[in-house]
Design a protein around this ligand. Structure first.
Ligand code: DLZ
Length: 160
């Protein structure tokens, strides 16, 4: 956690913004729920640590990562929301379902971001197995939820 926060201040040092009045939407997929909850916790704590008001953070859940785009759209279309963070975990199986889901989410949230002209962050962990997912949800590769929140803050700095 500490290293991701340090990175945030590094790349955002010329563009620090006050996020106390910013509103954030978190969209969290329920597939691999234990892992996505950990990503969500990392994202939430990062927003709070950098000054977000808890009342300004909404969390919506969707069944699976495929539904992240629609969940993001529901939040992004609300003029009060400044940035949306999508969190999901797609684990490779015997078929190519992971490819289809990941491409759909990447395209879908890009469209939402451009349509509503606000940051929609791709916090999708895509791995070969469950261990690799945990490695990226508080394990040896950090917590991608923290990175997603840091990216949202960075993007809001660019938007100002
Ligand atoms: C169906 C499915 C499969 C096989 N694997 C995952 C996964 O690893 N991660 C994830 O978030 N969702 C998965 N899903 C569910 C789809 O995202 C979606 O919810 C369903 O296909 C219904 O549209």
């Amino acid at each position: 956690m500490a290293s991701a926060l340090k990175n945030l201040s590094d790349y955002n040092s010329n563009n620090l913004i006050d996020i106390s009045g910013k509103k954030f939407g978190l969209v969290v997929a329920e597939w691999n729920k234990a892992i996505t909850d950990t990503l969500c916790q990392g994202a939430y704590e990062t927003l709070i640590k950098h000054g977000a008001n808890p009342e300004n953070i909404v969390r919506n859940t969707v069944p699976g990562s495929f539904e992240l785009s629609f969940g993001a759209q529901l939040l992004a279309q609300n003029p009060a929301i400044d940035a949306v963070i999508c969190l999901g975990v797609v684990i490779k199986g015997e078929t190519k379902h992971d490819d289809y889901i990941c491409h759909a989410v990447a395209q879908g949230i890009t469209q939402v971001s451009l349509k509503y002209n606000k940051p929609v962050i791709f916090g999708l962990v895509t791995t070969n197995d469950e261990q690799q997912a945990w490695d990226r949800a508080g394990g040896k590769h950090g917590n991608k939820g923290i990175e997603a929140a840091a990216t949202a803050i960075h993007m809001l700095g660019i938007c100002e």
